[in-house]
Design a protein around this ligand. Structure first.
Ligand code: 4NP
Length: 159
């Protein structure tokens, strides 16, 4: 059976990408597709490697019924070979990911997460330095985008 592999990437892998990872994996499981879609997340920076996701992000996710249990890891050049789709949470993440691309033919695997947002493309704003409303905003973006992303990947799996 073909398995589609998707990697969410932000800067620290403790706020935006573990939320994308957790919420999307939740949608995948609800659709019964956990054997066909493999979900991971990582960061372009190494400062938080090994840490659990930020407590503020985990708390927002848990309040919406999605537990997050992930240890931060750094995005690696070899992930270009390992994953079918690499989703950048913002445009700086996208540039940093592409700077690690081992071959131009693999660059098309990188897309912006919000390319799948029904409310339009753009960055998922980094909530790290701001107040609680930033974390809720990240939740809203991720939640409304996850189902559209699942539709896209389901179509890819059928093609
Ligand atoms: P994330 O948020 O990229 O969504 O995980 C950040 C987490 C930590 C830092 C920056 C952004 N930091 O500078 O340590």
């Amino acid at each position: 059976m073909r398995v589609f592999r998707v990697m969410f990437v932000c800067l620290g892998n403790i706020c935006r990408s573990p939320l994308g990872h957790g919420v999307f994996a939740h949608h995948v499981a609800q659709a019964g597709l956990q054997d066909q879609i493999f979900v991971e997340s990582s960061g372009t920076g190494a400062w938080h490697v090994g840490e659990q996701a930020d407590a503020r992000m985990r708390s927002v996710a848990a309040s919406h019924g999605v537990p997050i249990d992930h240890r931060a890891q750094k995005f690696a050049s070899s992930d270009f070979e390992q994953y079918d789709l690499i989703l950048a949470m913002d445009s700086q993440n996208r540039r940093d990911i592409l700077s690690l691309c081992p071959h131009p033919s693999l660059a098309a695997k990188v897309k912006m997460f919000r390319d799948f947002d029904p409310q339009g493309p753009g960055d998922v704003p980094d909530p790290w330095y701001g107040g609680p409303e930033g974390f809720e905003m990240v939740w809203d973006i991720v939640e409304r985008t996850a189902s559209h992303l699942l539709q896209h990947i389901s179509q890819e799996l059928q093609s």
